[in-house]
Design a protein around this ligand. Sequence first.
Ligand SMILES: [Zn+2]
Length: 345
Amino acid sequence: MLLTITPEARTFAPTHQYAPASAAVLQKERAAKADGKTMEAAALGNEAYDARRELYDRVELVTGVPWYWSAAVDQYERTISKAKPKARAALGQYSAVFVEHERWAGGLNPDQEDISPLSIRLFGGIGRDGDGDGAAARSSDFDLLYSLISFMSSYGPTESRFPAGVWEYYRNSRAVQRIGQFAAIYSHYGHLDLFQHAFPLPQGVSYSYRDTWGDRRGWGGRRIHEGTDIFAGHGTPVRSTCYGIVESKGWNKYGGWRVGIRDLNNHYHYYAHLSGFQKSLAAGQIVEPGQVIGWVGSSGYGKPGTSGKFPPHLHYGIYSDRGLVEWAFDPYPMLKRWEQSERKR
Ligand SMILES: [Zn+2]
């Protein structure tokens, strides 16, 4: 059995202590700032987005598969490579597609570095020559993406059957769900630049939070706290922190009324203990940073409708999908960063 942990099976309880920022917290903040700079430096300029989009459009021209499917597959590959950088060294320049030698050339191919489209095909490899230079090059952005999209689109009409091809390629239903979600986001906005963030509560309202990562929880057995509690008045608007798609909405016994939103980094943003949802919010809906999704409350810790067992607050957690398992990570440094950048606006 593969170990699959979903956020829904986890913990969500508030803490009720306040403490001044400790040395450890300050250290974390400094690390987050440094990390933020690195991320900014590595952040894509428009040129890289343009290069990627050109690649997706070229694949569409040759395969007939709409660009947003290429964008979604490429972005999914990128998130998996970020989670496993050692096992998945970058092959292309703009595309993040990673294919093992064996899979590219074919398992029984004696030449694992084979670039001949004919013998690769003979040995059942997925490598294809997309750009027509005679070589199925594992280092070519176009050949890499073209090979995957050709494979995935070979199971029938794109509109209905592309997800079946995605499943055949990954043999993993999470991958199918993610790529479908990413394609929906890209197709909705029509462009690739969708990584801005917002603080979950509007600036100007009163709230408080501290780093509660790993605190012991009081309800539901021995669990640790995976998230940040932001204390605010009942009914304070709760906003999406990212561009994403609503993955779950409804009741769970720990989180109460909760919303889960998936973004293009393959992060699952979890908003719990809400008093209610924005009326039109539905699973599958596309949201953007700052968009109101619900209101702060104190729901949770029991059967549907249970409320008032703790002071109103937003429990906010982020989970990273690494292909087969999801890991919680501390959202506190990111919250600090988003808050600061909104204050500067
Ligand atoms: Zn919490």
